[in-house]
Design a protein around this ligand. Structure first.
Ligand code: SAH
Length: 238
């Protein structure tokens, strides 16, 4: 679990929840220049969500688990649709905010084997594959999903194919085939004086996701394609 002193995203979410405003939430990676996450985007309503996310919420049914729920935006939208959502996040401040916003939330790590509740739908949105971290963790990821799914349950997860970051003007790709998978990024966040630990954050192209899904007893299908190499996938136990 994240200690409050090392929870920059949670601190930003907490500030925005309390005051309606937040400072800059900075994302650093060796792959690109410092970037920002607009904190108000983490509080998006159904209408403010990309179609891919709206579609995932429409598909969700039964008892729904919102994994890495952040401010709880998806859980709240599901509640408004009359659906039953439970939210988990490792960020203590995010969980505090979600509870204050009326979300049924708990501070839980997806990989904690002691979390044995069962769900009909597992939602992982805003690059849901990120929580896998890196390819060494793929097996543990699918194991966690198996633990959480009711028979016939479904996972809705989104990601992007980052190959466009490596595309030359002539369409050829500059990818080091001997290096790590090109969607594997190192991230580090900062909010005000709260600096988080560096962590791995994985973007997976659909074919790679489908390959690992099959290796781990799941079937993957593309349900929606976004405008920028992003997609929504459905995962079911094979
Ligand atoms: N789904 C939200 C937030 C996405 S950011 C949205 O779309 O707005 C990713 C979130 O996942 C962060 O809040 C982070 O704290 C949480 N997270 C990261 N690793 C996790 C893990 N292992 N288990 C549960 N939550 C995790």
């Amino acid at each position: 679990m994240l200690p409050i002193a090392a929870d920059p995203m949670g601190a930003a979410i907490y500030d925005f929840h309390k005051t309606g405003n937040a400072d800059t939430l900075i994302v650093r990676s060796s792959m690109f220049e410092d970037d920002e996450i607009p904190v108000e985007d983490l509080f998006r309503s159904f209408e403010g969500m990309p179609s891919l996310e709206q579609y995932a919420l429409e598909l969700a049914e039964g008892r729904i688990l919102d994994v890495g729920a952040g401010s709880g935006c998806h859980s709240l939208a599901l509640q408004k649709m009359g659906k039953t959502a439970f939210a988990i996040d490792i960020s203590p401040l995010s969980v505090m905010v979600m509870k204050e916003r009326g979300v049924d939330a708990r501070q839980v790590n997806l990989y904690d084997p002691a979390f044995t509740d069962k769900f009909d739908t597992v939602l992982m949105l805003m690059n849901g594959t990120g929580i896998m971290g890196n390819l060494d963790n793929v097996k543990a990821f699918f194991k966690a999903l198996k633990r959480l799914l009711n028979p016939g349950g479904k996972v809705y997860i989104d990601s992007s194919d980052l190959r466009y970051l490596y595309e030359e003007e002539d369409g050829s790709l500059m990818i080091d085939l001997a290096g790590d998978y090109y969607g594997q990024l190192d991230y580090q966040m900062q909010y005000k004086d709260v600096e988080g630990e560096p962590f791995d954050w994985l973007y997976l192209d659909f074919n790679t996701l489908a390959y690992y899904a099959e290796e781990n007893g799941f079937k993957a299908e593309v349900l929606f394609e976004g405008e920028h190499y992003d997609y929504l996938a459905g995962l079911t136990l094979a």
